[in-house]
Write a protein that binds this ligand. Structure first.
Ligand SMILES: [Zn+2]
Length: 75
């Protein structure tokens, strides 16, 4: 694929996991499609992808799977 940033034909699509927000609003989204360019290091999310991320973040319990992470405290 052509990279929007540097114009070289080395960009490729891949999936990434990214966290958005903080604290209670922290959401981890897996399998986000990004266009990654190894030449200039640019990572591009299409406008459709950004919209979908917004939808997921607003979606509340419907789309969010609660995942419990074990937490230990140093006594
Ligand atoms: Zn590039």
């Amino acid at each position: 694929m052509i990279c929007d940033n540097c114009g070289k034909n080395r960009a490729f699509k891949r999936k990434m996991t990214h966290s958005y927000g903080k604290g209670k609003n922290l959401v981890l989204i897996e399998n986000i499609p990004v266009i990654d360019c190894p030449d200039c290091g640019e990572q591009v999310l299409t406008s459709d992808t950004l919209k979908e991320i917004e939808n997921i973040r607003k979606g509340g319990d419907k789309q969010l799977k609660q995942r419990f992470i074990p937490v230990a405290q140093f006594a």
